[in-house]
Ligand binder design. Structure first.
Ligand SMILES: Cc1ncc(COP(=O)(O)O)c(C=O)c1O
Length: 433
């Protein structure tokens, strides 16, 4: 049977090679253009040196990746073990998640943010928020569509749109008022107007936070210019000094224009479990469901059962984890200031975003400075340039090592920075690609 796909714009699928053309010789493997168009992995050099140092027996303090190192609350793990022993939990699950988990998440939104959600149509589970975000971009974006994303950018915010064949315009996120007026300017001048706005507060990597009024303005702009909104709320659960990160969905009318992704990776220390959620506009969630229906069969049911328990009884554990990050933040920020490196303490999230101090700032690029810290101080950090041009001149340090290790990191960094900056050593590699 020959299937006519032409009406679906699946034109490349229709190219059929007759069996008689089969070749005996090895042939070059040619991945799709979308793969070769992705840029090389920016953290590759850092990771290679980190690997070599560890193989040589060096104790490297790793503040590179935002991968939580603390365990989930034992009651959550116990529930997982119990649910894994239940033989009814081993088949395919539903790709939008079991009803009780969606209900529990809707309950959390009502209690924490005063947002009422229909668990049937306005909540969906994802295999981590990154999976949900990427597939939402595939569900919404296509050739000729443009998304606005924050700069510096968490790589997925840029490349999930690119993988969906869409275009991305990045706008600087540092000043929220300016960011809003740049969105309006872009919408007034771009034809066709952007289809999607991607937001991420508390922002990774820059740690910028906003107040609820910001989202009220975003909804007004979305209505005026007709763009959809995705709010990536990955750091909803980690905040300090009385600050409560607001939910985009609590702005009036937000549910008419957008969705919000949350995750159990960060606040609940369940990063490897891959539990994320998409909440908000039912039409957007329906479109995501269509895509996910083709790609996956949902999350291991035992994990979903344990996630219900975590959401229902985990508030205290989440608060404890936030307090741990606050202590680490203070240890790192105070320590760096003592060695002469002025950094601003973040109000939320699990990172410190630090401008490279002078005289290094004017002599080295960000990648070389990060390599110097790894080479000479045995401390791994993420160079800001890994988050696009707007990140140049900054480093991101993840608060994933304990307080003592962070103090040790500060001592090692301090000793490294006491050495005179050596342009003769730094400059040649600064010009490397
Ligand atoms: C801004 C942001 N969004 C999404 C994610 C991915 O979270 P998840 O583990 O739910 O896929 C991360 C993880 O680092 C993140 O920093």
């Amino acid at each position: 049977m020959l299937i006519n796909m032409s009406e679906y714009d699946f034109s490349s699928v229709a190219a059929v090679t007759p069996a008689s053309k089969a070749v005996a010789e090895p042939f070059p493997i040619r991945p799709a253009a979308r793969v070769s168009r992705l840029p090389p992995y920016v953290f590759g050099r850092i990771n290679q040196l980190l690997y070599e140092k560890r193989r040589a027996g060096k104790d490297v303090i790793d503040l590179g990746m935002g991968n939580p190192t603390d365990p989930p609350d034992p009651m959550i793990v116990d529930k997982l073990v119990e649910a894994a022993r239940d033989e009814r939990n081993h088949g395919y699950s539903k790709s939008n998640g079991i009803a009780n988990l969606r209900r529990e998440l809707a309950g959390k939104y009502l209690k924490k943010y005063g947002v009422r959600l229909d668990p049937e149509t306005e909540v969906m589970t994802c295999l981590g928020s990154k999976e949900g975000f990427s597939h939402m971009c595939l569900a919404l974006m296509g050739q000729g569509d443009t998304a606005i994303a924050p700069a510096p950018y968490f790589p997925v915010h840029m490349y999930a749109v690119a993988l969906a064949a869409g275009n991305v315009i990045t706008l600087e996120v540092a000043n929220s008022e300016q960011f809003l007026s740049n969105i309006a300017y872009t919408c007034r001048h771009l034809v066709p107007t952007p289809k999607l706005l991607i937001l991420n507060y508390p922002h990774n990597p820059s740690t910028v936070t906003v107040e609820p009024e910001f989202f009220v303005e975003v909804v007004k702009l979305a209505r005026r210019f007709g763009f959809m909104v995705i709010s990536d709320f990955a750091y909803a659960d980690i905040a300090f000094d009385g600050y409560q990160p607001p939910s985009f969905l609590s702005a009036p009318g937000a549910i008419d224009v957008g969705v919000e992704f949350t995750t159990m990776s960060k606040g609940y220390n369940m990063a490897g479990w891959r539990v994320g959620f998409c909440c908000g506009n039912a039409e957007m969630i329906r479109a995501l469901g269509v895509i996910k229906g083709y790609y996956d069969y949902g999350m291991f049911q035992a994990i979903q059962v344990a996630a219900i328990v975590a959401l229902r009884h985990g508030d205290a554990a989440v608060e404890r984890q936030s307090a741990i990050y606050r202590v680490r933040r203070d240890a790192l920020v105070d320590g760096l200031r003592r060695v002469g490196w002025q950094v601003t303490p973040p109000r939320a999230g699990m990172f410190v975003w630090a401008p490279i101090p002078e005289p290094w700032r004017s002599r080295m690029n960000t990648m070389d400075f990060a390599m110097m810290l790894l080479q000479d101080a045995d401390v791994a950090v993420s160079p800001g340039s890994g988050f696009g041009e707007a990140g140049e001149g900054f480093l991101r340090m993840a608060l994933v090592e304990n307080e003592n290790r962070l103090r040790q990191a500060v001592r090692q960094i301090g000793r490294c920075l006491e050495k005179p900056a050596n342009p003769a050593k730094a400059m040649p590699s600064a010009s490397q690609p």
